[in-house]
Design a protein around this ligand. Structure first.
Ligand code: LLP
Length: 420
């Protein structure tokens, strides 16, 4: 489905012209397409009917309306904090469809998750397992758990987003997994339901997923020999998207390759935790050009969105295509860096881009629906941008632009000694 399209020379999201969004809600502003989120979701759900399960990784985009759209489609959710559990419930998601990952779950988070009846804890250490057992027993409840195992597979992605290597902080080392499962089987308040892994994010090849699956299935076999039968295996998220010229596997190919391998395991359901693949290409960051600047040898296109709004380029040197919303701009073509207002040299949205652009133009930073707003901050006392959901010809403001009062809420002045 073509979500972003040019109509009479102007970029549209579904049936709404992007300049109309900027006019109504100003810039910078995140814009999401409900149809795109829905289509991306359905690409997964068509391939994985129940008892398989798809748990959207909330960290990729946790706006309540985004979670609502997915909850209405029957999504499960992968969360990494008590806050994300609360968001899912607030948006209409069901507790039993939540899996809770994270290396440092606090007592309060474990208690909250148990009290809400979440579907599964993805347990990342022996110490966490014991803590969950203790808390669940104290509450008279049973926690359903999977162990998050580290399969030691190279995901061949940016080092900051590779998670399944031996040296990463995530999960239980494969060689220790059996011992931890045997402990778990004896602990009160614990019910073993599955095994979990997540090897990294923005993967563009199938091979690492299949290598991880192979190692997980070897573990499933070993556990079966010890009378531990799993109901499902959770292969995490990580399927990459196209930001520029990457060619990640199609969703169907990715899922079918894993299902084919699982044919020998008819009692094992497959769980996935996709984040980026559901929302990245369903969102853009709209930003306006403030100034053009030329320093004698380099051009700068200064825009009103910065690294506090979209951190990925600064943090990972991530590429996002940037286009003029006016597709037939008559402005002169410039090659330079698209930079924001933040006082950091690393504050760029794109480097060495060629754009026909002049001050006042509206630009769309593409594929910004995942890890965009969720990683935004108030650095430089910049209020967080608005978020707008497009549905057909409708625009819904799903998060108001922050005010300065929002930014310093909770801060107080100390008493003035001179007056006291
Ligand atoms: N499950 C677990 C346990 C995860 O840690 C993650 C992502 C996911 C699922 C979802 O992965 P996805 O399908 O979105 O690749 N901020 C980085 C990405 C960090 C991903 C962390 N974990 C970025 O902007 O690229």
């Amino acid at each position: 489905m073509l979500i972003m399209k040019e109509i009479e020379g102007v970029l549209h999201f579904e049936d709404v012209a992007l300049p109309a969004v900027a006019e109504q809600f100003a810039t910078p502003c995140y814009v999401y397409s409900k149809a795109a989120i829905t289509a991306n979701w359905q690409a997964f759900s068509e391939q994985l009917p129940a008892p398989h399960k798809i748990c959207f990784a909330v960290k990729a985009n946790s706006n309540l309306a985004v979670l609502q759209v997915l909850a209405e489609l029957g999504a499960g959710f992968d969360v990494v904090s008590g806050g994300e559990i609360a968001r899912v419930l607030r948006a209409g998601g069901k507790a039993r469809d939540i899996v809770f990952s994270g290396v440092a779950k606090s007592d309060a988070e474990i208690r909250y998750a148990l009290s809400q009846g979440i579907g599964q804890f993805n347990v990342e250490s022996d110490a966490e397992l014991e803590r969950i057992s203790e808390i669940a027993t104290g509450m008279g409840l049973t926690a359903q758990i999977s162990l998050r195992v580290n399969p030691d597979v190279d995901a061949k992605t940016h080092p900051y987003i590779a998670t399944g290597l031996e040296d990463n902080k995530f999960g239980i080392p494969m060689q220790d997994a059996l011992a931890t499962y045997l402990r778990a089987a004896k602990l009160p308040g614990i019910s073993i339901v599955g095994a979990d892994c997540h090897i990294g994010s923005q993967l563009t090849e199938l091979a690492p997923f299949l290598a991880a699956l192979e190692r997980m299935l070897a573990l499933v076999d070993t556990l079966a020999e010890h009378d531990i039968q799993l109901r499902h295996i959770d292969m995490g998220g990580g399927l990459g998207v196209t930001y520029s010229d990457e060619q990640p596997p199609q969703v169907a190919a990715y899922i079918q390759a894993m299902l084919a391998r699982l044919e020998d395991y008819p009692h094992l359901a497959l769980y996935l935790e996709p984040g980026r693949a559901i929302v990245a290409n369903a969102g853009v960051l709209l930003t306006r050009v403030e100034y053009l600047k030329f320093n004698g040898h380099k051009h700068f296109i200064m825009v009103d969105a910065g690294m506090n709004d979209l951190l990925r380029p600064a943090l990972y040197q991530a590429h996002h295509d940037i286009v003029n919303v006016d597709c037939h701009s008559k402005a002169a073509s410039i090659t330079g860096d698209v930079v924001g207002p933040v006082c950091e040299t690393g504050d760029f949205l794109g480097q060495n881009r060629t754009l026909k652009v002049q001050a006042g133009d509206l630009l769309a930073v593409k594929s910004a629906g995942a890890y965009g707003f969720t990683m935004s901050s108030n650095y430089n006392t910049r209020p967080k941008p608005a978020e707008v959901m497009i549905a057909g010809a409708q625009m819904h403001l799903v998060r108001a632009r922050e005010t300065l009062e929002d930014v310093w809420r909770g801060e107080t002045l100390i008493p003035n000694e001179a007056k006291a």
